[in-house]
Write a protein that binds this ligand. Structure first.
Ligand code: ADP
Ligand code: MG
Length: 282
């Protein structure tokens, strides 16, 4: 599902100061069936963008096309239920989205809300748990009494279970160990490649993002600083650095290597592949 921002601005009113212009005339496209990253320092407007895609807040100016939904100021979202069914959000802090007493109820909630059939609910619950690497013994556990990594997995499972077309992950790798990060990357790639999902990942962690995303949108102070496929965007090392955006280590390393050796290494996503490439050439 394609998501198009057309000259979208958003201001929070009645805050301190009285008005915060969180997004300023943003036009961009989130690509269908790709992994899209929204990157930017704290306060740059990432969460505001996500909340607008989800219909939680409406633009102060401009319009957002989320598939067939058109979101603009002063509309009542005619199909707000349908929008919520299309867009699944895994929030930054899983606790924020938990409100059930067991993992099973937590995962079932979305499907019940969207009126899935009982036998489907049972099957999809177990499938979703498996996809995030948890077994059935978790079903009767209290979601609030799990480890950080397990909570994150349950939060993801409860979104996967109702099968939205777009899945948004807000800072999904925060606080995860290396193994859980790798699991998450595999899962996100699977969601794109096997299930054709449109994925949006919000993160500061450019080194991890670079391994698996397709497109990036870089926000700075409510505006788009750069966007496009990750190779093109991160090629502009100086420009990004000047604007305080961290460039993935692998990109810097390849750039230095190319300068030093005069040979073009090209686009490589993962350090392991880079090492292989280097070994082949010594
Ligand atoms: P990010 O997710 O990139 O950290 P946000 O979208 O949360 O950024 O915030 C963008 C700007 O809007 C920031 O200046 C932030 O302080 C402000 N902001 C966010 N939420 C509110 C709110 N509820 N009321 C007033 N200002 C807000
Ligand atoms: Mg945020």
């Amino acid at each position: 599902m394609e998501i198009v921002f057309e000259n979208v601005s958003f201001s929070y009113l009645y805050g301190t100061p009285l008005q915060v212009d969180a997004l300023k005339d943003v036009s961009t496209t989130i690509k269908s069936k790709k992994i899209n990253a929204i990157i930017g320092p704290s306060g740059s407007g990432k969460s505001t963008m996500i909340e607008m895609i989800n219909g939680l807040i409406l633009p102060t100016k401009g319009i957002i096309h989320v598939g067939k939904h058109n979101l603009r100021k002063n509309i009542r979202i005619v199909n707000s239920n349908k929008l919520r069914f299309d867009i699944g959000v895994v929030f930054q802090n899983p606790e924020e989205q938990f409100f059930q007493k067991t993992v099973r109820k937590e995962i079932e909630f979305g499907m019940k809300y969207f009126k899935y059939k009982v036998d489907q609910i049972e099957k999809r619950t177990i499938d979703a748990l498996k996809m995030v690497g948890l077994d059935e013994s978790f079903l009767n556990r209290d979601p609030f009494k799990l480890s950080g990594g397990e909570k994150r997995r349950v939060a993801i499972a409860s979104v996967l279970a109702f099968n939205p077309e777009v899945i948004i992950f807000d800072e999904p790798t925060n606080g995860l160990d290396t193994t859980s990060k790798e699991m998450l990357i595999k899962l996100i790639k699977l969601l794109k490649n096997k299930y054709g999902k449109t994925i949006i990942v919000v993160s500061h962690d450019v080194d991890t993002l670079y391994k698996f995303v397709d497109n990036v949108i870089i926000l700075s102070n409510g505006k788009i600083l750069a966007e496009g496929n990750k190779y093109d965007v991160f090629r502009n090392i100086e420009y990004l650095t000047e604007h305080g955006v961290k460039v993935p280590q692998i990109v810097e390393f390849i750039h230095k290597m190319e300068l030093k050796t005069g040979k073009v290494v090209g686009n490589i996503d993962d350090v392991n592949d880079l090492i292989k490439e280097i070994y082949q050439n010594v």
